[in-house]
Design a binder for this molecule. Sequence first.
Ligand code: ATP
Ligand code: MG
Length: 275
Amino acid sequence: MLREVAATRYVTPLREGGSLPGVVEADDLGTYAMKFTGAGQGRKTLVAEVLCAGLARRLGLRVPELAGLVLDPVLGLGEPDPEVQELLRSSGGLNLGVEFLPGALGFDALAYTVDAREAGRVVWFDALVNNVDRSWRNPNMLVWQGDLWLIDHGATLIWHHNWPTAAASAARPYDASDHALAPFAPDVAAAARELAPRVTASLLTEVAAEVPDTWLTGEPGFDSPDAVRDAYVAALLPRARDIHQRVTLGPPDQRLRARPTGWPTDTGPAREAVR
Ligand SMILES: Nc1ncnc2c1ncn2[C@@H]1O[C@H](COP(=O)(O)OP(=O)(O)OP(=O)(O)O)[C@@H](O)[C@H]1O
Ligand SMILES: [Mg+2]
């Protein structure tokens, strides 16, 4: 299960986010990007966030830590913005906290270069969970302390919106042609060789165990939260084996490939000067 902390102060909304996430402080003195159960996207978005972040972390991809954030709706009483007040009022109980990365910048392919190996690992992972929200229009990646971090996995695992067709849906290909890292010639085959064998039933079961019961209870067609967890495992396990054969990529951008990895200043005299 997720570690649980209590929200103590709503700081400010993160305006870029479609679900109106907010920056919140908690009683562990941490600061979190908070994703609300009362947001229009619903609790399945939060389930997807927990499953994807748990899986990504175990595969060695960088994702911020997650926590269950318990919200007392009185926190919203003093909020001047009626939209935020309504969100807090309707999100009492357990919400999702994503450790806030202070000073992180939104990923921009023109400013930050990713090598083919790392790009391949991210694209392979996104193919596995069917992430439709990592395009160049909305990359949902941050650059923090010089490294690439993955955020926002709410728009993944599309099959959980229609469980009777989940097996067929999870067998579908992945179109990565407008993926934010497609221009970096992602080495998806190498990523599959490295990562696919690690996605075992026991690893997926361990990841699914982190999803709080309250977000799985009452799912139509399932008699317990564990039965829903098993369905997530059953959808992901076969997909991990062969999804790399069904990933479509556009042509790489030779100009981006020619650049050194990281920020333009990561190599050369400027970088050396700060070391
Ligand atoms: N952990 C974090 N640390 C720092 N900034 C963050 C973090 N999480 C989110 N943000 C910022 O808030 C924005 C919105 O967050 P996120 O993409 O998770 O929300 P969303 O509502 O799911 O967005 P979308 O509109 O992409 O569906 C991000 O683009 C980023 O700028
Ligand atoms: Mg986003």
